[in-house]
Design a protein around this ligand. Structure first.
Ligand SMILES: Cc1ncc(COP(=O)(O)O)c(C=O)c1O
Length: 446
């Protein structure tokens, strides 16, 4: 029988039984919560419907908004604030670096130090610094194209990698345009010129093999997040990544793991090492820098050599700037195995306690976790790809997000995101998260 068990280093718990929630009840609660949202946030500026929360300051695991409300931050800068807001080591390293100058536009000992730390931790031969995840994924793809002399790219349906044209294909396509689930139609964005892009479903090795078989002579690389973290959290099936690695080797296609989101949130050495599959190239950003704008791409020397021998131009005024490098140096000191394990244990506790509430109230939901991240997925069956994700209950997901926000807990607004237990979160914050979910569960069943 075909296995759909998740990778053993990841967490998913689906309840055996549940009963549906009433759509009318959810709609009434949503009306109530949107009214409450508007009452409490008069000073936030109008931008989207109705408007985002504007923040004035942040410290540790909390932020303060323009209305003076203290919010428990469960988003933590999409993972960039893994060490906590204004972590003293990050602040000290940045101040220290600033005292020596701000921008040299040429290498310095601190950029060498940061590069060595990243290479050691992520077990890569060489690394290049950039300023955003978008740049890192763009350069990784360009590098693959320069090495192979081929231009086509393979990506996942529902995979997000920033805003380089080919990588914007089928990020969140409308179901009216996506075609066959096993052979998805690539959907490009207006205003982009993506070139040739093949799109495959996650956790479907047959589909990937078909695309490789028919087009290997044109394909430079396959890029994916090893755990999808832009459509909530979608886990790789046990064995999937190993098969991907094997197929890429078989067809001479470069395998890129986009670890912009997983990175250190997946564990001390990132997702690739934790999951036991080595890509050819990785991209990093967010969690590696303590909140400064910094990103990186790197990997095997035989590929990175294309940058040093001039086949691929990689330039940028702010690449490897001292303040960004100071952020990396600080995070490398802070994110010890012990510190990350402690945060992961708290995350695990939150997931287990939330499962108990899901069971108690027989909610049509389940929990998913990886490293220090977790989420509640409003579906009674595991989500293994973009189509499954689109079949989850977005109405109750919206309510869950708004419910928390109105009670002082901020999570990312996309309904596709996850919470993050940073090094600044402790038992108190876990209790707040869990008890808030209990209050929602009660309201749904009243
Ligand atoms: C997996 C992944 N790759 C790349 C990016 C792009 O990073 P940035 O926003 O720094 O450009 C993101 C951003 O969320 C991401 O989640």
């Amino acid at each position: 029988m075909k296995t759909t068990a998740n990778h053993p280093q990841t967490f998913r718990s689906v309840p055996a039984t549940s009963t549906p929630v009433s759509k009318t009840r959810v709609a009434a609660l949503l009306d109530q919560e949107w009214a409450r949202f508007k009452e409490g946030t008069g000073k936030s500026v109008q931008h989207w419907d109705p408007y985002p929360i504007a923040i004035t300051s942040a410290q540790g695991a909390y932020m303060t908004d323009v209305d003076g409300r203290k919010l428990l931050d469960m988003s933590m800068g999409f993972g960039a604030m893994l060490a906590g807001h204004l972590n003293p080591v990050v602040v000290a390293e940045i101040k220290n670096s600033l005292s020596e100058g701000m921008l040299f536009v040429t290498p310095s000992p601190i950029s060498r130090d940061a590069a060595e730390r990243i290479c050691k931790r992520f077990a890569i031969d060489q690394v290049r610094f950039a300023n955003s995840g978008t740049e890192a994924t763009m350069y990784a793809v360009r590098l693959a194209r320069s090495i192979t002399g081929k231009n086509a790219v393979v990506k996942l349906e529902g995979g997000y990698h920033g805003s380089f044209d080919p990588l914007m294909v089928s990020c969140k396509p409308s179901l009216s345009e996506v075609g066959d689930a096993n052979d998805p139609t690539p959907v490009a964005n207006i205003g982009t010129d993506p070139g040739e892009v093949f799109v495959v479903p996650f956790n479907n090795i047959e589909s990937l093999e078909r695309v490789f078989q028919a087009n290997a002579d044109k394909i430079s690389c396959f890029i994916l997040e090893p755990v999808l973290e832009n459509i909530a959290i979608v886990l790789p099936d046990a064995g999937y990544l190993e098969s991907v690695r094997q197929l890429c080797d078989q067809y001479g296609i470069i395998l890129i793991f986009d670890e912009v989101k997983t990175g250190l949130t997946a564990g001390y050495q990132g997702a690739a090492q934790r999951l036991g599959v080595k890509p050819d190239l990785i991209t990093l950003a967010k969690s590696i820098g303590g909140g400064v704008p910094v990103a990186a791409f790197g990997g095997k020397e035989k590929y990175m050599r294309a940058v040093t021998d001039g086949r691929l131009g990689h330039f940028g005024t702010f690449n490897g700037n001292p303040l960004a490098m100071a952020g990396i140096r600080a995070i490398d000191q802070i994110c010890t195995p012990q510190a990350l394990e402690k945060a992961e244990a708290l995350n695990q506790q939150a997931l287990v306690r939330i499962n108990e509430i899901i069971d108690e109230y027989k909610l049509p939901a389940h929990t998913v976790g990886f490293g220090v991240k977790g989420c509640i997925t409003w579906s009674t069956t595991p989500v293994r790809n973009y189509r499954d994700y689109k079949a989850t209950d977005f109405q109750v997901a919206e309510l869950s997000w708004l419910w928390s926000l109105n009670r002082g807990i901020i999570t990312p607004p996309g309904l596709d995101e996850q919470w993050l237990i940073s090094l600044a979160h402790g038992q108190t914050e876990i209790d707040i998260l869990v008890e808030d979910f209990r209050s929602l569960a009660k309201a749904l069943r009243d």
